[in-house]
Design a protein around this ligand. Structure first.
Ligand code: NDP
Ligand code: 2IT
Length: 453
């Protein structure tokens, strides 16, 4: 924990953190996310001692509700499969629990809790009326047929539906969950409840209650945030070489917007390796491979022979000025950060949740790299989910242009809040401190106003 200069505050934070570790054994990702926020908010406690009195931090470190359930389903061969489903309803001080569902074999309680914790502050930063939650399953969609995905989603929702509602808990997508999965989940919710409750899930298809720009929103938002950070330094994305990890929903649209804003994304990846295309990643090819064919990134070089595929390896070895980790947590470690710094990176924007390890973040901050933490930089996705909820509630649908303009405004607002809060609390240019304090203040003020909840 960073010392605040006040031994009493420091001791209190250490005690809270020790209690979190004690109460949540074997949950390293959750510990990591909590540690990062606690390390930032010391100055807030000194300014607002009433927050300590109300035990706001202790309460924020404890999710409101954690649901774990069995998901039985039959595969195409008729064999019965069992997965574990989760929904952590983390904090509802600002609105219904809101956050994605992740289907990936690595999903466990620690990962879902860290994501729910992050989501709570991220959602606060959007200034929209949404609390924080996250869920998912240790289900591996890779290699599964469409019918298997449908049966899994139906079984998952058969338990989850009782915990959801447009005013209660509103899931969306995350790793392994996109429009197809949201469709099967929504269909099962509708069937069980006999309600066409559009606002219960976001990321829906455009013909059945979805919002334009939601698919693009996280990646676009991250690119907007990179642009804002550079502009604040009198710089721009124009002509900058960018490297984007991942090649899923967030990565694809981050690349698209980086290109539109003048950057040149030359590399992207999946869990098997990365491609480098010095002339700039061809988006049409990338979308055909990843969105239409659900293929692997190595297929890119078959269609673009000038590009090269590196099996395994570390995408952060590719020299760039802007790095956008858009795959998964802890994918960019201290060694990778040192390489990026050595190669002259000027901005790092987290499209994924917690992709940079603590030592990587420390290295970027030490070297004055503009560093946009996930809870600020990737908030465009959930913010546009809240715009989808608004459209559903008013039975309206907005144009692409109008919705994108709202997204750009929201990202500019988040950037400004982080920038100004960092300055106010004595850490100018440090968006980690700015995002953590601004998000924490909004959640804790609501929690105080609502009484002992
Ligand atoms: P997708 O499932 O669409 O894509 C995920 C990408 O990351 C794939 O290329 C995948 O490769 C790669 N990846 C996933 N896990 C690993 C791993 N363990 N090691 C290496 N590569 C991995 O997910 P999204 O694009 O939606 O999500 C990416 C990140 O963005 C996540 O951290 C998510 O939490 C975050 N995020 C998503 C939002 C959204 O709206 N979707 C909103 C805000 C944040 P492979 O196919 O080989 O597994
Ligand atoms: O991490 C995230 O912000 C998401 N996966 C999106 C959540 C949402 O509710 O749109």
């Amino acid at each position: 924990m960073n010392p605040t200069g006040d031994p009493e505050t420091d001791e209190r934070m250490e005690q809270v953190y020790a209690a979190v570790i004690d109460r949540n054994p074997g949950e390293p990702e959750f510990h990591q996310a909590v540690h990062e926020v606690l390390s930032s908010i010391g100055p807030v406690l000194r300014k607002h001692p009433e927050l300590a009195e109300h035990k706001i931090i202790e309460r924020i470190c404890e999710p409101e509700r954690q649901i774990i359930f069995r998901v039985p389903w039959a595969d195409d061969a008729g064999e019965i499969q069992i997965n574990r489903g989760y929904r952590v309803e983390y904090n509802s001080a600002l609105g219904p629990y809101k956050g994605g569902l992740r289907f990936h074999p690595s999903v466990n309680l620690s990962i879902v809790k860290f994501l729910g914790f992050e989501q709570t502050f991220k959602n606060a930063l959007t200034m929209m009326p949404i609390g924080g939650g996250k869920g998912g399953a240790n289900f591996d969609p890779k290699g599964r047929s469409d019918a298997e995905i449908m049966r899994f989603c139906q079984s998952f929702m058969t338990e989850l539906y009782r915990h959801l509602g447009e005013y209660t808990d509103v899931p969306a997508g995350d790793i392994g969950v996109g429009t197809r999965e949201i469709g099967y989940l929504f269909g099962q919710y509708k069937r069980i409840t006999n309600r066409y409750e559009s606002g219960v899930l976001t990321g829906k298809g455009i013909t059945w209650g979805g919002a334009l720009v939601r698919p693009e929103a996280t990646g676009y938002g991250a690119a907007f945030f990179a642009q804002e950070m550079l502009q604040a330094r009198g710089d721009s994305l124009d002509g900058k070489t960018c490297v984007v990890s991942g090649s899923g929903n967030v990565a694809i649209y981050a690349i698209e917007k980086l290109h539109q804003l003048g950057g040149i994304a030359i590399a992207c990846s999946d869990s098997q390796g990365y491609v480098v295309d010095e002339t700039g990643i061809d988006l049409e090819t990338l979308k055909e491979i990843k969105l239409d064919a659900r293929g692997r990134i190595r297929d890119y070089v078959e269609r673009r022979p000038s590009a090269k595929f590196v099996e395994g390896g570390c995408i952060w070895d590719v020299p760039c000025q802007v790095a956008a980790p858009c795959a998964t947590q802890n994918e960019l470690d201290g060694a990778a950060a040192a390489t990026l710094v050595r190669n002259g990176v000027v901005a790092v924007v987290e499209g994924a949740n917690m992709p940079a390890t603590p030592d990587a973040v420390a290295s970027f901050l030490e070297h004055k790299v503009a560093f946009g933490p996930g809870k600020a930089a990737n908030a465009g996705g959930v913010a546009t989910s809240a715009l989808e909820m608004q459209q559903n509630a008013s039975r309206d649908s907005w144009s692409f242009e109008y919705t994108e303009q709202r997204l750009a405004q929201i990202m500019a607002g988040i950037h400004e809040a982080c920038y100004e809060t960092a300055e106010e609390y004595g850490s100018p240019g440090n968006y980690v401190v700015g995002a953590n304090i601004a998000g924490f203040l909004r959640v804790s003020q609501a929690m105080t106003a609502l009484g002992l909840i």
